[in-house]
Design a protein around this ligand. Structure first.
Ligand SMILES: *Cc1c(COP(=O)(O)O)cnc(C)c1O
Length: 394
């Protein structure tokens, strides 16, 4: 471990405040570090390892694919890409087409390009403005950092692309729509912003208003997507029909992948957008298996059972510690507990790690829990036992 810390410090740019731990193996919601210490993982690599660590079905699908072919470029047909697109579109329930990239930020870049092209061809004036929400998070590229409505992220990297407008909240969006607006981009449950679900009626009202103004609704489901909230998309839960949806984190079970999907099937022509790696055999073979597994769990009722059990144990934990936590937020397996102050939250996260359970922060004051959707009762029980010790020793 010391050797790895030294190598990291010497050769890796210090963009992450890394915790002092090196994981070496995992099994579903269990992790083991380099010292042999065992943990329960309530974070899933920030909602990425949706079907658990070392999932046998996903690993077998990847190995089988890799023993044939990994990459050819998008100049040729790619069977698992076409199949993944079909599975994603069918699971979404929307009449859309997909473009594959490699990350959430890249998916959102694609969404913004769709919106800008839509604004270009539609009517006499160029519509280019994209409205996003304060406390949102849309990625780390220059454009998606600017799309992110958090001023502290706009410090050093300008000049930025023009045309991003921030609404204080969902109710405030409508008043910002003008003749130059081409799209509104929102997360239905803000992930990094504090696991706060938007009000369903407010979202439905906005969706209807945007349709009437011919302004696109882009839903960033990079974190909420692929059953994280209990349905394939949080948009399904909100009962809306977005024009553009982006996915990434949970889709590849740990393999990098991002998707932008849209009802505007003719918006791009050949050459308008592209990616060298996007949608290659490796990532889309993994995504096909992940979606199959989760579709099966959804149909059998197992997914709902897992969510209910986790939620009931979280509720018990919350009720036992109301001196520390002020509210319980989230939907499905995207859960948060508001902590009375940020200092206590930092302490909880490090204590939890000491006690052998991995949890996350969101925003200033939210403890965020994003377990694998395949987490077992035993794993849930062990995790909350450790979390109880972590807050009792505060
Ligand atoms: C994580 C996240 C992103 C960025 O995804 P990357 O894969 O890190 O580029 C964008 N939007 C939301 C809502 C996210 O949670």
């Amino acid at each position: 471990m010391n050797n790895i810390i030294d190598l990291d410090k010497k050769y890796v740019l210090p963009t992450y405040a890394r915790a002092d731990v090196e994981f070496v193996s995992g099994d579903n919601a269990r992790l083991v570090d380099a010292n042999g210490k065992k943990y329960i993982d309530f974070a899933s690599g920030i909602a990425v390892v949706s079907v658990g660590h070392a999932n046998k079905r996903v690993n077998d699908a990847i190995c089988k694919q890799l023993s044939n072919i990994t990459h050819t470029s998008n100049l040729y047909y790619i069977a698992p890409q076409a199949r993944a697109a079909q599975k994603i579109v069918e699971a979404s329930g929307y009449d859309m087409k997909c473009f594959f990239g490699n990350s959430g930020a890249e998916a959102n870049e694609g969404a913004i390009k769709i919106a800008r092209k839509f604004g270009e061809k539609d009517g006499e004036i160029k519509r280019y403005k994209v409205i996003t929400l304060q406390h949102s998070f849309h990625g780390r590229t220059i454009t998606t950092v600017k799309a992110t409505g958090q001023a502290y992220m706009h410090n050093y990297f300008g000049p930025y692309p023009d045309g991003f407008v921030y609404a204080e909240n969902i109710e405030h969006v409508e008043s910002l729509v003008d003749a130059h607006t081409c799209a509104v981009m929102i997360e239905l449950v803000q992930g990094e912003g504090g696991v706060q679900p938007l009000d369903k009626e407010a979202v439905q009202k906005l969706a209807k208003f945007l349709k009437s103004k011919d302004v696109l609704l882009i839903v960033d489901e990079v974190q909420t997507g692929v059953y994280r909230t209990g349905k394939f998309l949080a948009s399904n839960y909100y009962d809306i029909e977005p024009d553009v949806v982006t996915l990434a984190k949970g889709l590849g079970g740990g393999v990098p992948i991002g998707v932008v999907m849209t009802t505007l099937k003719d918006i791009f022509s050949a050459g308008d957008h592209g990616s060298t790696f996007g949608g290659n055999f490796l990532s889309t073979a993994a995504a096909c298996e992940v979606v199959d597994i989760l579709n099966e769990m959804n149909e059998s009722g197992e997914l709902q059972k897992n969510i209910e059990y986790f939620d009931s144990e979280l509720e018990k934990f919350y009720n036992a510690h109301k001196d520390i936590f002020t509210s319980k937020v989230g939907i499905g397996m995207m859960c948060g507990l508001r902590v009375k102050d940020g200092e206590t939250l930092a302490k909880i996260i490090s204590n939890a790690r000491e006690e052998g359970v991995i949890v996350l922060r969101a925003g200033k004051d939210t403890l965020r829990l994003l377990p694998a959707l395949t987490i077992t009762k035993k794993e849930v029980d062990e995790g909350f036992k450790s979390l109880n010790s972590a807050v009792t020793s505060l």
